[in-house]
Design a protein around this ligand. Structure first.
Ligand SMILES: Cc1cc2nc3c(=O)[nH]c(=O)nc-3n(C[C@H](O)[C@H](O)[C@H](O)COP(=O)(O)O)c2cc1C
Ligand code: SF4
Length: 458
């Protein structure tokens, strides 16, 4: 495959900003094999760079339980946003030998606003993902693996299709993988471009050919997922950690964070917004927002930082005073937000929080699957109120209604985490920037007979 045209990579900021000299096998397990020219790493080159040795070791020398145990000890936490331990998740499908073998699904939907990390791995290092899937599939006894890929990721689709074929021809996929007696193959499934398909149970519905509605849990996918079989859903970056863990061990992985965090490993961090050099970096997990911002060259000339989202549109705003926090799951959770995907979106003092939020909530309203009332009706209502405030035509009481929505859209009141995710930036914006909302209130309160329920298109 040819090198990805430079312009297209810059357009999406999907560029690793670390040179090959900076990326070493013992410190950068996710990216050390990447080429400087951004082209896909083919099978031969991947093998020359220690590729498939971890899978060979796992298949030859470890039982499924050994692999799960190592992943648990390493405490690889899910990089799709939730931070759930991959080893624990893999173990959930192990309850009883009588269970039918199920499926492993790689979540490559990546539609979180401001997130572009999986794309790098999918386009340029597809064999690392395949190797991670072989290890995960072996550990949780999957009969088959699927990669559920965001439809717009056309270059990634091509790259994965070529790599799957290469791996199959080399005996790494199919019957009797590498002579181990384990049968495992992978199919690439491209989605049609809906954010809700990234939610693991909606993804499973879509994979089965149904409308992408989330499913009530329990049962969890590990008990009953795709076609009723035990199913493990993991993010691309999570799975790409497995080969290094199996090759170098749990202690080595834990040590990668260098004391910056109780979590182990590295993280693909990134920045977008009005910074000098948006992009991606593989850094020890627990690196601070300040260091990442500095690596991005700081704010663009003429701009100062007002706020930042730590990990995508569905995380809560943080302030400049939070820049020294360790960017890990627990620390950011303790400060009212979420690590999410770990890709920062910065907001300049010259940008309106109300407008930015209106734009985000418009996205969330459009992407609601419509299954539950607070999300289906509450999000468009939120957008209407924000639009009015943005125009300076808000009415007294609008801010209080928005506050009520942060409760109504909160955890436990909807089928899936889409609505609580949409409520996070709203709640934090009201907490930190209430004056900006108040400036949009210019009208008296609504009259009793006015219909508060929004109608029409958002
Ligand atoms: C609305 C919504 C969208 C999501 N989109 C993604 C996504 O694009 N990629 C992803 O890996 N996880 C996404 N998730 C999280 C998944 O439901 C799931 O937790 C994750 O794939 C599990 O993988 P992990 O344990 O490796 O993080 C989304 C969740 C929600 C609620
Ligand atoms: S919260 Fe929203 S996206 Fe999730 S199931 Fe309910 S309506 Fe659908």
């Amino acid at each position: 495959m040819n090198a990805i045209p430079k312009d297209s990579r810059l357009r999406y900021h999907c560029q690793l900003r670390q040179s090959a000299a900076e990326r070493r096998a013992d410190t950068h397990p996710l990216t050390w094999r990447l080429r400087e020219d951004g082209a896909r790493v083919g099978l031969e080159e991947y093998r020359d760079k220690e590729g498939y040795r971890a899978a060979a070791h796992a298949l030859e020398h470890c039982s499924s339980a050994d692999v799960i145990d190592t992943m648990k000890k390493a405490n690889v936490r899910g990089r799709g946003g939730g931070g759930f331990s991959a080893g624990v998740k893999w173990g959930l499908t192990q309850v009883g030998d009588h269970l039918p073998r199920g499926y492993l699904v790689c979540n490559a939907d990546e539609m979180e606003p401001g997130t572009f990390k999986d794309r790098l791995l999918l386009e340029q290092l597809p064999h690392l993902l395949i190797e991670g899937m072989i290890i995960a599939g072996y550990a949780n006894r999957s009969r088959f693996g699927y990669i559920f890929l965001r439809g717009e990721y056309v270059e990634a689709a091509h790259s994965l299709a070529v790599a799957i074929e290469e791996a199959r021809e080399a005996g790494w996929l199919g019957s009797n993988v590498a002579g181990s007696g384990y049968d495992f193959d992978i199919a690439l499934h491209t989605g049609a471009g809906r954010y809700i398909c990234g939610e693991e149970t909606a993804l499973i519905s879509s994979l089965e050919g149904k409308r992408a509605n989330p499913r009530a849990k329990p049962p969890f996918p590990g008990q009953s997922g795709a076609w009723g079989k035990p199913t493990v859903v993991n993010n691309v970056e999570t799975l790409c950690n497995a080969p290094a863990v199996m090759r170098h061990g749990a202690d080595w992985y834990q040590g990668l964070s260098g004391g910056l965090s109780d979590d182990g490993g590295t993280k693909l961090y990134g920045v977008s917004g009005l910074v000098e050099r948006p992009g991606l970096w593989e850094l020890p997990i627990g690196t601070s927002g300040r260091e990442i911002l500095e690596r991005a060259g700081g704010m663009r000339e003429g701009h100062t930082l007002k706020a930042w989202l730590p990990g995508g549109g569905s995380t809560g705003f943080l302030l400049p005073e939070h820049l020294d926090l360790a960017l890990d799951f627990d620390t950011i959770g303790q400060h009212g937000s979420r690590l999410g995907t770990g890709l920062l979106t910065v907001v300049s003092e010259r940008q309106s929080i109300v407008s930015l939020l209106r734009n985000l909530e418009q996205f969330f309203a459009r992407e609601s699957c419509g299954w539950c009332t607070p999300c289906r009706d509450g999000l468009p209502w939120t957008v209407k109120l924000l639009q009015a405030l943005e125009r300076g035509e808000g009415e007294q009481g609008d801010i209080e209604i928005l506050e009520q929505h942060t409760t109504d859209l909160g955890p436990g009141l909807t089928f899936c985490a889409h609505a609580p995710g949409a409520a996070m930036p709203l709640e934090s914006a009201l907490k930190y920037f209430r004056d900006e909302f108040e400036r949009g209130v210019t009208h008296p309160p609504r009259t009793a007979h006015a219909d508060p329920i929004p109608v029409g298109e958002v």
